[in-house]
Design a protein around this ligand. Structure first.
Ligand code: OGA
Ligand code: MN
Length: 295
């Protein structure tokens, strides 16, 4: 079957037809998807009724898998519901029951409702994320994407020049701190040490520039924090205005793949105390740092 991509939005996001993820991919299929990712930055595949193993195999077509684990979460190994290579983006505990309202892991995962780019808090941040909707809630729980290339392009020339060389500090402590999440242990804090990322990225294939914003940012290197935060808040507000945003409304067995170097995303609210949303993410590791790290 030949692969084709239909645009879903005037600027980005495409819907892919002609792929069955339970089958091995040909090199040609992989090349079409990669080119589609470069162009659309977000691709939607419907009707992919897969388990974790084929999801991982499909993901490996695009590079090495990033391991979730201690850097990115507070979940202890024995509390994990899924294989160590799967990021559990569900609202379920290890017994497959929705977390109770006050559960600490539930509080932590509310951070996904802030605009972010996956693993921007790692020295080498993620390339692609692939999110598989195994069980979707009856209402709500959409995922939204914002095109950071379009957001960059829309800036005036003097702002572009001002941003060009700026470097930000990213850490999970910042996104969780924004929500008032407290009570991290010293070991958890040590894991969440800030890393540096450029604020303007250039795509290695297309050469397009984009804004590398994320809720994980705490400050801009060399700036006072209040000025950095209000500046970034203004930029984020502009970068996520309606015209740059695509809303994905989940159907069961959708798989959505996005390029973290070119878009931000966020989860939207649903009744997660009663309803089930079983979403599982595999992540393609990035290939390089965006800037040298501080010693
Ligand atoms: C993720 C994520 C958003 C969602 O998987 O990285 O942020 O809607 N997911 O679950
Ligand atoms: Mn995410």
């Amino acid at each position: 079957m030949t692969v084709s991509i239909r645009p879903l939005h005037p600027m980005f996001c495409g819907e892919v037809h002609g792929i069955d993820m339970t089958e091995p991919m040909t090199r040609e299929d992989v090349a079409v998807i990669e080119a589609g990712m470069d162009e659309y930055a977000v691709l939607v595949f419907h009707g992919q009724n897969i388990t974790d193993e084929p999801q991982q195999a499909f993901t490996r077509n695009f590079g090495d898998l990033e391991r979730p684990g201690a850097v990115s979460n507070i979940t202890k190994d024995h509390e994990r519901r899924l294989d160590p290579l799967m990021a559990d983006v569900s609202n379920l505990d290890s017994e497959h029951k929705p977390f109770r309202r006050n559960d600490r892991q539930r509080m932590f995962s509310l951070g996904n409702r802030l605009w972010h780019s996956d693993s921007s808090f790692r020295a080498i941040p993620a390339k692609y994320s692939l999110l598989s909707g195994r069980i979707v809630p009856s209402r709500g729980g959409n995922t939204e994407f914002a095109d950071m290339r379009a957001a960059y392009d829309a800036l005036d020339e003097s702002t572009k020049a001002e941003l060009e060389e700026l470097v930000c500090e990213h850490s999970l402590l910042n996104s969780r701190g924004k929500l008032g999440f407290e009570g991290l242990s010293d070991a958890e804090r040590a894991n969440f040490k800030p890393v540096r990322q450029r604020l303007v990225r250039t795509h290695p294939v297309t050469g397009r520039k984009s804004l590398y914003l994320s809720a994980h940012i705490g400050t801009i290197v060399g700036w006072q924090t209040p000025e950095a935060r209000i500046f970034l808040q203004d930029l984020t507000e502009d970068a996520t205005r309606t015209e740059f945003v695509h809303r994905h409304q989940w159907r069961q067995y959708d798989l959505v793949m996005w390029d973290n170097r070119q878009v931000m995303h966020r989860a939207r609210r649903f009744n997660d105390v009663d309803d089930v949303r079983d979403m599982r993410r595999t992540t393609v590791a990035g290939e390089q740092m965006t800037v040298e790290q501080a010693a």
